[in-house]
Ligand binder design. Structure first.
Ligand SMILES: [Zn+2]
Ligand SMILES: [Zn+2]
Length: 159
């Protein structure tokens, strides 16, 4: 059994709609290679930086991601089951395994914080900004306010 750690650059398209691992950024791998009868069993953990945006307020956010995986790499095609990968000489192609594990671990609904209030439905401003509010006036009150202005004006004209 062998243990090894590697840092590899993230391949392209390691993402879902709202979050992803930036291409070329570091992915840290902890790998355990175990010789078994039919091949090499690879177990490991991948750690990566995820960037994305909050699904509520659209602010950029950043996360750490950790994804585990395990895969058997068969020595030969005869030993390989349908879903098994093949060892190519001493090399194993980790990318498809890594890709599956990381994409599965990506957040589908990332939020900048659990109670992010999102955006104002009226003006699109971020509700987390403390100053944000609208003077919401019921149209019926608005009509009365108009009436009052009229009265004020009339009084001025009279005096
Ligand atoms: Zn947010
Ligand atoms: Zn608003």
């Amino acid at each position: 059994m062998r243990r090894l750690t590697r840092v590899v650059p993230a391949p392209a398209d390691l993402d879902v709609d709202v979050a992803g691992v930036p291409q070329g950024s570091d992915i840290e791998l902890d790998l355990r290679l175990e010789s078994v009868v039919d091949g090499v069993l690879v177990s490991g953990t991948a750690r990566a930086r995820v960037t994305g945006e909050c699904v509520r307020c659209l602010d950029p956010l950043e996360r750490r991601l950790e994804a585990g995986f395990q895969e058997l790499y068969a020595y030969s095609a005869e030993d390989a089951g349908e879903d098994d990968l093949l060892l190519e000489g001493d090399l194993l192609d980790l990318e498809p395994v890594l890709r599956d594990a990381v994409v599965l671990a990506l957040p589908l609904q990332p939020v900048c914080r659990e109670d992010c209030p999102g955006l104002c439905p009226e003006c699109g401003a971020r509700l987390a900004d403390s100053e944000h509010h609208h003077d919401v006036v019921d149209p019926r009150w608005a009509a009365l306010m108009g009436l009052r202005e009229q009265v004020d004006r009339n009084e001025k004209e009279e005096s």
